[in-house]
Design a protein around this ligand. Sequence first.
Ligand SMILES: *Cc1c(COP(=O)(O)O)cnc(C)c1O
Length: 396
Amino acid sequence: MIEQIDKEYVLHTYARNYVNFKRGVNATLFDENDKDYIDFTAGIAVVSVGHGNKRVADKIYEQVSNITHISNLYAIEPQALLAKRLSELSDMDIRTFFANSGAEANEGAIKIARKYGETHFKEKKYKVITLTNSFHGRTITTVKATGQDAMHTPNFSPYPDGFSHLNSIQDIYTSIDDETVAVMIELVQGEGGVQPFDKKEIQKLAKFLKEQDVLLIIDEVQTGVYRTGEFLASNLYEIKPDIVTLAKGLGGGVPIGAIMTTHKDIFSPGDHGSTFGGNYLVTAAALEVLDILEEIKDDGSLDATIIYFNSKLNAIYENNKDLFTANVGLGLMRGLRVKDAQTLALIIKTAFEYGVLVLKAGQNTLRFLPALTISKEEMNEGFKRLENALNKIKQG
Ligand SMILES: *Cc1c(COP(=O)(O)O)cnc(C)c1O
């Protein structure tokens, strides 16, 4: 039923799985036949405080039964409070602009870099360097910024000028020219295959860029909001970027993006805007999400969850070296490299049949992005089901 209607009326941009989820409780989902699934995906790192979170639901209800939206022509109290909160939690001297998605946040970050390049130097600078296997979004500009050639199809060309994609951090040092205004990277490449960069290497790059007056943009759309165990991966790496973007986990499921920058006066009225960005609904929700996450960070339970999840994951990895070639990632952003793409597809499909949801990243990485509030019982059950699925695959 849902399959027919979806196929008839929704544009076909996803290779969809036709399960019909009806109910969610933390990291557990129930389909229309009440079959339960342990969710190791959290809606691709979005549902950071779990499905059906009562505190967030109550806060949203309270807000939308009062005011949902009034436009950015007036001050919005939860928006101002959220911006203050982001500054405190990130330990950065910043101001924030609120967008509605990760791509939009990155688009805004690029606009900040472009304006900096136009206004800050005698000769205009506009080039932005990104990395191979990066992912920055699906708008025309952020697709161009994304360093995966497969995404630069002529179907959507011409793309904007000024983007180049390098194979390694090392290549950045020799590729900066007089027109380079910014370097944009993820600290753990997510969609590209759960690939963390080396902390020392990133610190050295950050220092070098500062000396060269080239902006450092860190795309934390996936790594941000405690995904790696700290509020920002930038905090974990102990760097102070010029611009940080957030989205996925910030709203616990409501669409919100954020562009945070230390260049606090870069924009003037009229330079940038958004109809929905930072409205009452999403910023009230995000404030409650941050309250919950700060609590579990401060009482040690987030760290305990990360340790437990990774001990379980490592056991799966050690027991199945015939399928997996590496255990990668940080915090609750984890991956197991699978020996080939075919086996990876089979693992995801079989795991689904056994009632556990897992993701693909890059060509051959099995990816895990559970809710940061996932319970010990859910982890035990999810890994038991995954192990059973792997055994089934090995029996053929
Ligand atoms: C998901 C993601 C994006 C795009 O976010 P959307 O909300 O889908 O536009 C950008 N950058 C990174 C690192 C992401 O993981």
